[in-house]
Design a protein around this ligand. Structure first.
Ligand code: ADP
Length: 282
């Protein structure tokens, strides 16, 4: 079925993105709570139709590691993208002063499985892996959102505003080379280090120095106290030569992942604690 604006009750604003706002909405017919992202685009109707068509492939298959897509529609020149509501929000708002190794491991497992699913099942390269695009719920589930599913949408967003914290890989900074899976693997490694540190790993007072540091400086490391397997996993992802970075299949075979795959981590309790700490610090 198609979602229409008049089936939805607006509940509250969840956040401001680069291109518009995200609202929590309630879908009356199905009684499902959703997150609705408004993307403002100055496009003609043909292009908007094309975006809706391209988004449609998201209905095809679902994964436990990807935020579920419910449907999209447009009004005037805005696209409204309705997806699964993740009631704990994004990782950048949860990691606080840094996540412990076992939680980091479970996040890494979900992220790699999500990225592998996008690549293998949908032939999609994410293109925007960062803590803001990793969402959690109070059940402790970790899922990816905001991946480059629609070519027309990506083109229309004209990602000139790359923000003040870059997750771009060295080869993309140096040569604006084509986006590959390996670039996502870099961003995965950098995002995980950020979650462990509790802050973006490079200094970011100016963009030029930051991008230069990504190319020239030794790659960021986990704080002390993490295992050597965890550090090796990060080092594999953050190799400056993209050809040396492992595939998702290889990452899933890494000792860090293999070990924690069988460890039971109470992600739901950790998530609730992280939410409580976030609310205390505001
Ligand atoms: P950006 O453009 O910076 O990537 P988004 O527009 O994707 O940001 O999202 C803005 C904020 O809205 C996020 O930081 C997150 O907290 C919230 N948000 C986005 N999607 C969801 C969702 N599906 N469920 C709950 N919160 C969400």
């Amino acid at each position: 079925f198609a979602i229409r604006m008049d089936d939805l009750v607006l509940e509250k604003e969840l956040g401001h993105g680069q291109y518009g706002t995200v609202q929590r909405v309630y879908h009356k017919r199905t009684k499902v709570r959703m997150a609705m992202k408004e993307i403002r685009l100055e496009l003609d109707e043909t292009k908007l139709q094309q975006i809706l068509m391209e988004l449609d492939i998201l209905h095809k298959s679902t994964s436990d590691y990807i935020v579920e897509f419910y449907g999209a529609f447009f009004i005037e020149t805005c696209v409204y993208y309705c997806m699964e509501y993740m009631d704990a929000g994004s990782l950048d708002n949860l990691y606080g002063t840094g996540v412990p190794e076992q939680v980091l491991a479970k996040i890494a497992i979900s992220m790699v499985k999500g990225l592998k699913f996008l690549k293998d099942e949908m032939s999609i390269i994410h293109r925007d892996v960062k803590p803001t695009n990793v969402l959690m719920n109070r059940k402790g589930e970790v899922k990816l959102c905001d991946f480059g599913v629609s070519g027309q949408l990506d083109k229309s967003l004209a990602k000139t505003n790359i923000g003040c914290q870059s997750y771009m890989s060295p080869e993309r900074i140096k040569a604006s080379s084509r986006y590959t899976v390996a670039s996502d693997v870099w961003s995965l490694g950098l995002s995980l280090v950020e979650m462990a540190l509790g802050k973006y790993p490079y200094k970011f007072d100016n963009m030029f120095d930051q991008l230069k540091a990504i190319i020239d400086e030794p790659t960021p490391r986990l704080p002390s106290g993490y295992s050597k397997e965890a550090q090796d996993f990060i080092d594999q992802c953050l190799q400056k030569d993209p050809l040396k970075r492992p595939s998702y299949g290889k990452l899933l075979d890494h000792p860090f992942i293999i070990h924690y795959q069988t460890v039971n981590v109470d992600m739901a309790s950790w998530t609730k604690l992280a939410i409580a700490q976030r609310e205390n610090s505001i």
